[in-house]
Ligand binder design. Structure first.
Ligand code: AMP
Ligand code: FES
Ligand code: ZN
Length: 309
């Protein structure tokens, strides 16, 4: 196959786009995909301060790499979830990337926030699935770090596969309020929220893997050990099978939802949040989900301590 742009020998074939690229043209194509998403969805402008949430995986590091190359004002945010060797290795990958590229990095370690707040400990204390506890904690710290650091935008590395899998989960249960908020740009609905954007929402996991490989980005390949068996992985697998049978399925699923389905759901969007009585962050009840989680952990710990006394 020949490169779609320059007719040299293609190194990558993208069936969903009916295109192939040599290495230099692929790097050009990938950057242009990101630039198009940013411009097309009005995600941010060059003067704004971006906080880029980086997990150590290929998507978020590839995205940070592109944004830094494009000259945006970026700072990385790494959340230390406290999931044993997985967290240690991912932290190392992020720290090395930031150091090599001379980029600023902020780190928030859950267990340093208060005792018992590492994800496995929270999951055990509250008897929640680790991913559910983890999601609540991540969302809180993304929002809190962005507002505390005076950033304009929070950028995450969610890719097309993530968005398609999430859409499938939301559709299978017809979660109207989730469908209402599944968008590549979320505008703030509270003074302590910043704009949240996903510049890779139309870029597949395969495409970011190829970009990371070509750029020599050292990322953590392992999935989080808690992810195995999660519904999200099952949806990704189903979508990948559909994609093999009919290339472009994932792209059409997400794009057409955003064009035709999402606006109808957006009308049912819930009311604006108020201030959490615990932490002051936005909340849909007296206490936000994060404060409720932390209080549950703390009450279990004090009940345990008094039983031992
Ligand atoms: P995931 O929920 O693991 O699929 O990750 C989706 C996105 O959330 C990633 O691309 C990152 O932008 C962000 N993210 C996930 N885990 C972390 C973490 N530990 N620290 C910072 N950002 C993260
Ligand atoms: Fe949160 Fe695995 S439980 S990343
Ligand atoms: Zn709170």
């Amino acid at each position: 196959m020949k490169c779609t742009r320059c007719r040299a020998k293609a190194e990558v074939q993208l069936r969903a786009h009916n295109a192939g690229f040599c290495r230099p043209c692929y790097l050009f194509y990938f950057r242009r995909q990101v630039e198009r998403a940013i411009a097309g969805e009005r995600m941010f402008t060059p003067g704004e301060r971006l906080l880029v949430a980086v997990s150590g995986g290929k998507d978020s590091l590839a995205l940070w790499d592109v944004l830094a190359d494009l000259g945006y004002d970026t700072t990385g945010l790494y959340l230390g979830l406290g999931i044993g060797a997985y967290s240690e290795q991912s932290h190392t990958k992020v720290a090395q990337f930031a150091q090599r590229r001379g980029l600023a990095l902020r780190v928030v370690a859950f267990e340093e926030e208060a005792a018992g707040l590492a994800v496995p400990a929270v999951a055990a204390a509250t008897r929640r699935p680790p991913c559910s506890a983890c999601g609540t904690m991540k969302r809180h710290h993304f929002d809190a770090a962005a507002i505390d650091g005076g950033f304009d935008v929070l950028v995450t590395g969610h890719n097309l596969d993530d968005e398609a899998a999430r859409l499938m989960g939301n559709v299978l249960r017809w979660q109207k309020d989730h469908l209402a908020r599944q968008r590549p740009v979320l505008l703030p609905t509270h003074p302590r929220f910043v704009r949240k954007v996903k510049p890779l929402y139309l870029v597949s996991e395969y495409e970011t893997a190829v970009y990371a490989f070509m750029r020599g980005i050292d990322y953590i390949v392992d999935e989080c050990p808690n992810a195995a068996g999660a519904a999200q992985l099952l949806y990704k697998d189903v979508l990948n099978r559909l994609e093999v049978a009919s290339p472009g399925t994932k792209l059409a699923f997400v794009k057409e939802f955003l064009r035709t389905g999402q606006p109808a759901f957006a009308q049912t969007e819930r009311e604006a949040p108020r201030d959490c009585e615990g932490c002051g962050m936005p909340s849909y009840g007296p206490l936000c989900a994060y404060c409720r989680l932390v209080r549950e952990v703390q009450s279990k710990a004090s009940a345990g301590a008094s039983a031992l006394a």
